[in-house]
Design a protein around this ligand. Sequence first.
Ligand SMILES: [Fe+2]
Length: 303
Amino acid sequence: MSKLKERVVRHSPSRGEGSPDIWGIYEPDTGSIQYICADPETKKAALIDVVWNFDPQHYRFSTESMDQVLDLVRENGLTVEWVLDTHPHADHVMASAHLRERTGAPNAIGRKVHDIAELWREIYHMPEAFDPDADFDHLFAEGEKFRIGNLEARVMLSPGHTLGSITYVCGDAAFTHDTLMQPDVGTSRADFPGGNTEQLWDSIQDILALPPQTRLFVGHDYGTDGRDEPMWEATVAEHKAGNRHVKDGTNREDWIRRRNERDDTLPLPDRILAALQINLRGGRLPEAESDGRHYLKLPVDRF
Ligand SMILES: [Fe+2]
């Protein structure tokens, strides 16, 4: 998917009291950015949107991304306190269940994962499938506050890309996942089941209403025609001044029309039908069958 092939790691240092240390770890197969958000004082950390590598050509999994993230955690003397996801991803499989087991930290996602599960039970015709209350230790409500070490974090509901996407705000940082892309790219798509372009606009406006120096960390980057290096951090002020889709002065209706036109041209991510049925189990495969193997279910002629 992405032309960027390097596993780039970048540190965005704490800006002082109340501000987290952040590491972004670029996953080149899916163009995903995984994050470590740490309190510099207590060395407690949250892991956000970490990938369980899945090769769609061979239907094989590997743990290189989560291994790399956990190596960084160790090298920096951190303790994992939370395993977080912003939404059940369509383009990659999440490492949540594995990380919960490997770190002992609770895993969490937004409470509206229940509504997303409802939608996909129908699509997969698996009326009994998915039990987010069992597969996640915690489901965040809109506005809920929690701590990463001594840092205060809170949850903003950011529907649009999915109906239950959330943004984690921690001090002067916010993890905006698939709402905004980097300023030179623009915004994310809103055409998956449960997506909504109007809601995505409103969610983006809420994010851009955060203080101007807030560091926004996006969920994906694929580079541009003129940029061969992945980028994932920009401030609210930088987005307002120069985001090519939603900078200050953008007309809501124009953006909605352009977004919908663009989304009509985009193919489904190659991993979507495998990813959702695993991600809605918190990153766990369906139970093994009597031969000891795991199987996935695919709806035909549905999309
Ligand atoms: Fe996504």
